[in-house]
Design a protein around this ligand. Structure first.
Ligand SMILES: [Zn+2]
Ligand SMILES: [Zn+2]
Length: 340
């Protein structure tokens, strides 16, 4: 069992390495290698990329995939379980349905909302209803399926924020109960044809997940204070956009304090390229963006540092970012080695 898993992953690694090499010669779009990793066609990968890029950032997406993984574990669903459907649709929703009813769903009209099905009558339901983000839903209660009583149908409630933080432990237990209820309701979903097996792989195979998200969020580290264009695609997520807009000032304060030379390697674009490079530099958040709450105010002196794009890419190369000092000491160490 374990061997099979490793084999599968190694295969993907090979394809990925191949893809990376091929990219130099044949890739015309940024989706190219993703299709090779996932073995899906061009339009599917483009769709998948668009869906996933609605997430405010990679950490958000990881948390959402973790929630899907929990559903899979609760139900012990295999990829071909007739009750279980994992899908992305034309409205760019990314959803889990069990026996024809959503139990978890992400994105509404480009907003990073997460919807949960919750059982009727559990303690704390009214608090959740009042916090729910979907006034456009005429009724938040599901319509009854065969054998259900209308008044006792579960609710579907959506919230905005990091997926992991939307429900308390108690509320999460209630959600899991709703998942079990949906599972037991019948033994076959009428929508199984919409199930996408590659999404299942994306959730449960962590190596595969990492490769895919690396590809989709390849430029997530680009300038963290000034990267509005990443977030403007499809009017994504007002909170973060506002946050970035507010902080062009923070960026300036950081540069006023630390200058426009890289904090790691000391490279200065103005010195190297003259007028063309004058003032160009990335700004790096020392605290990972996913730790930052909505109300968080950037302290430009404490939280931000100017870095060149090369060093910035190296800082974010591994799953948890390196500190400026760590990268700097590596640079010095390896430079000393190659110089001798
Ligand atoms: Zn640098
Ligand atoms: Zn950064």
């Amino acid at each position: 069992m374990l061997n099979m898993k490793i084999d599968k992953f190694t295969n993907k690694m090979c394809i990925w390495v191949l893809a990376t090499k091929l990219k130099i010669y044949v890739c015309t779009t940024k989706y190219c290698s993703l299709s090779l990793i996932m073995n899906i066609d061009n339009s599917t990968q483009k769709h998948l990329t668009q869906v996933i890029r609605q997430a405010p950032n990679r950490e958000w997406m990881e948390q959402y995939l973790d929630l899907i993984e929990e559903v899979i574990h609760i139900g012990r669903f295999e990829n071909d379980d007739p009750r279980f459907v994992l899908s992305i649709n034309s409205a760019k929703k990314f959803s889990v349905t069990i026996n024809g009813r959503y139990v978890l769903s992400a994105f509404r009209k480009g907003r990073p909302l997460v919807g949960f099905t919750l059982p009727y009558g559990f303690e704390g339901l009214s608090e959740l209803i009042s916090r729910s983000e979907m006034p456009e839903f005429r009724s938040r209660q599901w319509k009854p399926h065969a054998g259900e009583v209308a008044e006792k149908c579960p609710y579907f409630l959506a919230f905005e924020g990091f997926p992991e933080r939307l429900l308390t432990i108690k509320q999460k237990i209630a959600w899991k109960r709703a998942v079990l209820d949906e599972m037991e309701r019948c033994d076959k979903s009428p929508y199984k044809r919409f199930h996408k097996p590659f999404l299942y792989e994306l959730v449960i195979d962590l190596g595969f997940r990492k490769l895919s998200l690396d590809e989709i969020f390849y430029d997530d580290y680009s300038d963290e204070v000034n990267s509005k264009e990443i977030f403007q695609e499809g009017s994504v997520r007002q909170v973060l956009t506002k946050y970035y807009e507010r902080n062009s000032k923070a960026r300036q304060k950081c540069i006023d304090r630390y200058g426009t030379s890289c904090s790691v390697c000391d490279f200065n674009f103005g010195k190297s390229f003259g007028e063309l490079g004058e003032g160009f530099i990335h700004v790096h958040h020392l605290r990972p963006i996913f730790e930052i709450a909505e109300e968080y105010e950037v302290d430009p002196i404490k939280d931000l540092r100017p870095v060149c794009p090369n060093c910035h890419a190296m800082i974010h190369r591994s799953s948890s970012p390196l500190s400026i000092e760590e990268l700097k000491s590596r640079l010095i160490r390896f430079k000393a080695q190659t110089d001798t």
